[in-house]
Design a protein around this ligand. Structure first.
Ligand code: IMP
Ligand code: MG
Length: 176
């Protein structure tokens, strides 16, 4: 592959192992008697969502999607967040777990957490595959974190740079 993304940060094997661990934790934490609504934030978390959902050992996982856009350049989010595709289900009284690819400034997720809280779910938590804690501008309470990573721009496993690289099965650091 000719690209600017040759340094592998997390191999496919590392990711798959961690996803299984997260799923086991989630399976332990939520009652199996009630549905669990997974809300994937498009597009970046689609691959994580698919692997996480398959690793959960329960039949009543609900698969939902939301589209959020934050205006800015390809590498930073500006702080202006907008819902581009809303949920088409009522989450009132339900266990809801937001599935995100990466938390950077925290702007997107703190906005989304406020928005979904207003709909009165029974519980609302966040699972993110990646976290860049050094970059946080707005604090967000995140229950499950796959990997804390350094302040580098990463691509692959759903994450893009200008819509490229989402199909990689590992996560790589984009060089300048
Ligand atoms: P936040 O609102 O700054 O936390 O931005 C989160 C969003 O920015 C993520 O859902 C990603 O779409 C995008 N993002 C942040 N860091 C990266 C990165 O390193 N690679 C790819 N996308 C990123
Ligand atoms: Mg994105």
């Amino acid at each position: 592959m000719s690209s600017n993304a040759s340094r592998v940060l997390l191999s496919s094997h590392q990711i798959q192992n961690r996803v299984r661990e997260l799923a086991a934790e989630i399976d332990r934490d939520y009652p199996h008697s009630r549905p669990l609504y997974l809300v994937s934030i498009l597009k970046g978390s689609f691959m994580f969502m698919a692997d996480l959902a398959r690793a959960l050992n329960r039949h009543n996982v609900r698969i939902e999607f939301m589209g959020i856009s934050s205006y800015g350049s390809a590498k930073t989010s500006s702080g202006q967040v907008k819902v581009t595709r809303d949920l088409d289900v009522n989450i009132e009284g339900q266990h809801v777990l937001i599935v995100e690819d990466i938390i950077d400034s925290g702007v997107t997720l703190s906005y989304l957490r406020r928005l979904l809280t207003q709909r009165h779910p029974k519980s609302l938590e966040i699972v993110t595959l990646l976290d860049k804690p050094e970059r946080r501008i707005q604090p967000v309470e995140v229950k499950y974190v796959g990997f804390s990573i350094p302040d580098e721009f990463v691509v692959g496993y759903g994450l893009d740079y200008a819509e490229d690289y989402r199909n990689l099965s590992d996560i790589r650091i984009l060089s300048e």
